[in-house]
Design a protein around this ligand. Structure first.
Ligand code: FE2
Length: 387
């Protein structure tokens, strides 16, 4: 008799330094990677918060030259990536240091790809479609959510077609991630809420993904536990480093999980929304998670029971339908107490947009690992329920 063995799964992660003061290691690691001149990629908000200056001091203190590039907007665009690549080449840079949230890090990844490959970003879109890896890249995340600093994903917006382009490849995993929870203290409440909900969606989607494995499962569930018990507190007490530390750890663990297990329908639908309307990524996810959990629940019930338990919901002795209801309600409660009360229609989505949004979502690579295969109409219904 044959028993089923373990499915083949790989697990990719950068070298990670986690803890207070990690960002001050940028110079030392830049030198270890053989760099002479760093392109420091950031954005105006992170610059104003003061973190970039600290990284510049670290890099300069290690004897490296640097050039600063901060022309990055939320949902970074192809043109911003191209402009950064021009600066990288003209200034003779040989390493990249990204200091910021997901937009900054994704833009930095795009710049690195253009520095190493012929053609443009559009030529690299898809799964494992990148020829040469990025130059040595150090990431210093300043939000607890996207985890672009550890992931195999880079998301760049193409404004010509109003779509988000996904590049999924080991080639976009940074070399080093310097994760310093103190950087979270300058996030305001809405950014904390949006990025924290993004991390929750990473954890939930990775745990129920068709690509999950024991290695991703443990990180995903731990992230759910940490976010459930720390997101709200990190919003009400923004300077409490214990809560910020827990959220940063949650984001990291959710990132390790989703980078390797991939995602699901929430991200497919959020990418479509963000491409059309330029809304914050975490907010898009937050508005869709409950409806997608409700849609998927019956397909992988035991997995959602584990998530419910990790969220602190008492499920013993409850019938299946009741657990489903309580889980969906708890996700809504978490989102609303974090201050995210908008619906899709309040964000400018109209019923007439739904068909096109669903079409784009159905072609997103993330939908492939959703535990229940949706059809066009299924996706439309989920959007309509979230209007
Ligand atoms: Fe995300």
């Amino acid at each position: 008799m044959h028993t089923r063995g373990a499915a083949l799964r790989k697990f990719v992660a950068p070298e990670i330094m986690f803890g207070d003061g990690a960002l001050h290691l940028a110079g030392q690691y830049g030198r270890n990677l053989g760099g002479n001149k760093a392109l420091i990629v950031s954005d105006p908000g992170v610059l104003a918060a003061g973190w970039v200056q600290q990284v510049l001091a670290s890099v300069g203190g290690a004897g490296l030259e640097s050039t600063l590039f901060t022309r990055v907007t939320p949902n970074p665009r192809i043109e911003e990536v191209a402009a950064g690549a021009v600066v990288y080449a003209e200034q003779g840079c040989d390493i990249i240091v990204a200091v910021g949230g997901g937009s900054v890090i994704d833009c930095a990844k795009g710049i690195g790809l253009l520095a190493a490959n012929q053609g443009g970003i559009r030529d690299l879109v898809g799964v494992d479609n990148v020829g040469a890896p990025m130059p040595p890249t150090i990431c210093i995340p300043t939000t607890a959510g996207t985890s672009a600093d550890v992931s195999q994903f880079a998301v760049i917006t193409d404004r010509e077609i109003n779509r988000k382009l996904l590049i999924i490849s080991k080639a976009v995993v940074p070399d080093i991630s310097l994760i310093d929870p103190t950087t979270l203290t300058t996030m305001d409440a809405p950014l904390t809420a949006c990025t924290g909900m993004d991390a929750l969606v990473h954890a939930v989607e990775a745990y129920v993904s068709l690509g999950h494995s024991p290695l991703t499962d443990m990180h995903a569930l731990q992230a759910v536990r940490l976010i459930s018990s720390n997101l709200q507190k990190s919003i009400t007490e923004p300077n409490n480093l214990e809560y910020r530390n827990n959220m940063m750890l949650a984001s990291l663990e959710a990132g390790l999980a989703f980078s390797n297990a991939s995602l699901g329908a929430v991200h497919a639908m959020a990418h479509s929304l963000g491409g059309l309307l330029d809304l914050p990524h975490g907010q898009c996810n937050a508005m869709l998670l409950d409806a997608v959990v409700d849609f998927n629940y019956g397909q992988v019930e035991q997995r959602y029971r584990d998530i419910a338990t990790a969220m602190g919901i008492e499920i013993d002795g409850l019938p299946s339908g009741e657990i489903r209801k309580r889980l969906v309600a708890e996700i809504r409660r978490l989102r609303e107490t974090a201050g995210l009360r908008d619906t899709l229609s309040r964000c400018g989505v109209h019923r007439t947009d739904v068909h096109e949004l669903a079409e784009t979502a159905l072609n997103d690579p993330c939908v492939v690992t959703n535990p229940r295969r949706p059809c066009q109409r299924d996706i439309e219904v989920i959007y309509e329920e979230s209007l």
